[in-house]
Design a protein around this ligand. Structure first.
Ligand code: FAD
Length: 304
């Protein structure tokens, strides 16, 4: 199933993101998580890709296993910065041959620890070029998702440029977008308004990161520029070393965040699971009665 087609029908999307584990034990745990989350009948799941191509085989193998061993629609993330165009086409051909129809087209991060690192000659410099390459070489075989940043990507000068570059990815052929994690819904609403005013019509699915480990999420958030509200920081700091307390606060926050997003007509919710099912299951259980049967692609309630 192509995710773009599903979303165009007005289906409210629930999706889960996983990363490819490094060890057989990690893979076993991941598939236990997948089995638990499969029962929620998500619209799709996705598997991340190491920016430098480091997970090329592992991402491919997890995507293939999910496709072959479960009933789930799976999307492969693909980053372009460290690959030649020939390599990208080879990876995409392989996905096409195993029947994968959904790609999240990303640039990836330039490796911070290698100051002399340069992209291969003729590489795609931005995600937009990867979207163009996919459309040129594969037509409509793949439904293409792209990343978006309600608070701006760390390299973007401001939100106006953010929207301008995002629009270029959409015009190159992206069907939908998933946002970077955020904890302040007003930033998402402001960003979506700016996108709609700029003529961007595709669904922009909010990315939800349940906080279960404060130190870890604080680091992620500072790297990607996501603001954690001061009131939440203070609550979490008080219990920082009590894992279960942190989790309880993080889950409660995510439940309220998701309810507010649903009430404001979002087209779906994408959960960064970190390969664990516990928090996502608890959040889903608390919001499931509020999930609309259908929405329109502009975000409001509507019939499929
Ligand atoms: P782009 O859209 O190319 O943007 C990168 C930067 O360049 C932005 O600042 C943008 O404004 C700017 N820009 C774009 N076009 C131009 C132009 N023409 N001229 C000048 N500047 C321009 N990373 C991974 O390594 N693996 C993953 O699996 C992964 N999954 C992700 C999933 C989601 C939902 C999100 C939100 C991010 C994910 N990332 C992943 C992180 C992502 O790779 C990084 O944020 C990366 O730095 C930017 O990727 P992008 O696709 O948004 O790039």
């Amino acid at each position: 199933m192509k995710i773009g087609d599903i979303l165009r029908k007005g289906v409210f999307s629930i999706s889960f993101e996983f990363f490819p584990p490094k060890t057989p034990e990690g893979e076993k745990q991941l598939f236990e998580t997948i089995r638990k989350l499969e029962r929620l009948n998500p619209t799709f799941v996705s598997v991340t890709y190491g920016a430098g191509g480091s997970t090329r085989d592992r991402t491919r193998n997890i995507v293939k296993r999910i496709h072959e061993e479960t009933n789930l629609t799976v999307m492969a993330h693909l980053t372009c910065i460290a690959h030649t165009r020939e390599e990208l086409i080879e990876i995409l051909n392989d996905y096409k041959n195993i029947g994968i129809e959904n790609i999240l087209a990303l640039r990836g991060d330039v490796p911070r620890d290698k100051p002399d690192w340069r992209p291969p000659k003729g590489a795609c410099r931005y995600a937009k070029e990867l979207v163009e390459l996919i459309r040129k070489e594969f037509g409509d075989w793949f439904s293409i998702g792209v990343a978006s940043y309600p608070e701006g990507h760390p390299e973007s000068p401001n939100l106006e440029w953010e929207v301008k570059y995002f629009k270029e990815k959409v015009e190159a052929g992206a069907d939908f977008s998933i946002t970077q994690m955020f904890f302040v819904n007003d930033y998402y609403y402001r960003f979506v308004d700016m996108c709609r005013n700029a003529g961007i019509e595709i669904p922009i699915i909010p990315g939800i990161m349940p906080i279960t480990n404060f130190k870890q999420i604080r680091k992620f958030a500072s790297l990607c520029g996501a603001t954690i509200p001061q009131s939440l920081v203070e609550k979490l700091e008080r219990v920082e070393d009590k894992q279960e307390e942190v989790k309880k606060i993080g889950i409660e926050f995510a439940i309220n965040q998701c309810i507010d997003l649903i009430e404001n007509g979002v087209p779906g919710l994408h959960f960064y699971t970190l390969n664990k099912s516990d928090a996502t299951l608890k959040i889903y259980e608390s919001i499931k009665d509020k999930i609309p049967r259908s929405v329109n692609v502009r975000g409001g309630d509507g019939e499929a």
